[in-house]
Design a protein around this ligand. Sequence first.
Ligand code: PMP
Length: 407
Amino acid sequence: MSWMTGLYRFPPIFAAGGYRASFFDVDGNRYIDFNVADLSMTMGYGPAAIVEAVARAVQGGAHFLLPTEDAVVVAENLALRVGIPHWQFTLSASGAIAEVMRIARVMTGRQKLLVFEGHYHGHVDETLVARTPSGGSIADLMGTAAGSADNTIVVPFNDLDAVEASLSGGGVALVLTEPALTNCTLVKPEPGFLTGLRELTEKHGTLLCYDEAHTFQFAYGGLVGEWRLATDFVVLGKGFGSGISFALYGMSDAVAAEFVRHSDIDIGPKGIATGGTIYGSAVAAAAARASLERMLTRDAYARLATLGDRLADGLERIFHDRGLPWRAHRLGPRAGFCLMPELPKTGAQACCSIIPEFIDTRRVYMANRGLWDAVASAGPQASLAHAADDIDRYVASAGDFLAEITG
Ligand code: PMP
């Protein structure tokens, strides 16, 4: 998996197994995991409820190319907690976002996408676009289709004037954003930003999609549910089945009505391009149902927030003890190193804290002490399987690390 070598930049560890908050490598070392597989293992390794549901589903038929009752239960559960009534299943958040973009183009008759600097929305060509210093758009990685940056506008997060200027041209089909940016460390919305964003999308006939692939794990019902955000689409993924490939997107009544009108691809005019052979398999739906009903409860989220606060408090304390003018990020289970006195308001500001040498050195130091640190753009991050002692161990070792590098 060549892309993973870029995540760690040193001879890779090979994983041999995991149990609760830790995994083991083939050399027999144990690591308490604060990367949580980039938020895809928030329930920990081998949670009994998921193991049981998945085993039962595989034995009883993993896939039928037909919906199962579990899929209905998942959709109904999400409708209640997120507040979005209609759901479609995919295998990855990237797959969900590709479909959302197609539906938005059909509904609006427009082509353009607006995203925020510091975003990541998966391996979809039109989203793999960066902002140039002059405010233009450029392909962020090699190999994406020629012209895929042409229809993507990238503006700073928390900047409603920039959003308004871009939407007023009238060509934007979809605004796609996380409610808080989580892939450039962490950028929280300023008070009023998300309300203003919704008002602007409505005013200009643009659809809005919140990507909660990560942030669904920050609060019961995700941040859309928690902050009662109005939207046309929500994308969820990762985390649900504890490593089982599964993601979904939710739609408002108005969007779903239009989508259903265009869902048949065989009879009459060809409908919207959606679907994949094992999207919404019985095993994925069973895992998601067990996740929602048995693991991701209100109590579980309260516990995650407590652990996340303990982690962020601990980081603030060690920064203070070392006299470092730094801040700890904090949102639900997510903490992190902000290497500046002020928390960032934009992706560009947040990226100043992503210093490869700092995270690469920290990772090796922590790994040698039985702790697996987060990837550069993310946490550390608590999972449901962590205990308070695990958090304290991370903080103590991070404090020792800072003492060594600051002399
Ligand atoms: N959206 C966000 C916010 C993400 O963080 C990611 C992955 N890190 C994705 C989408 C893509 O998810 P996947 O890799 O499952 O397609």
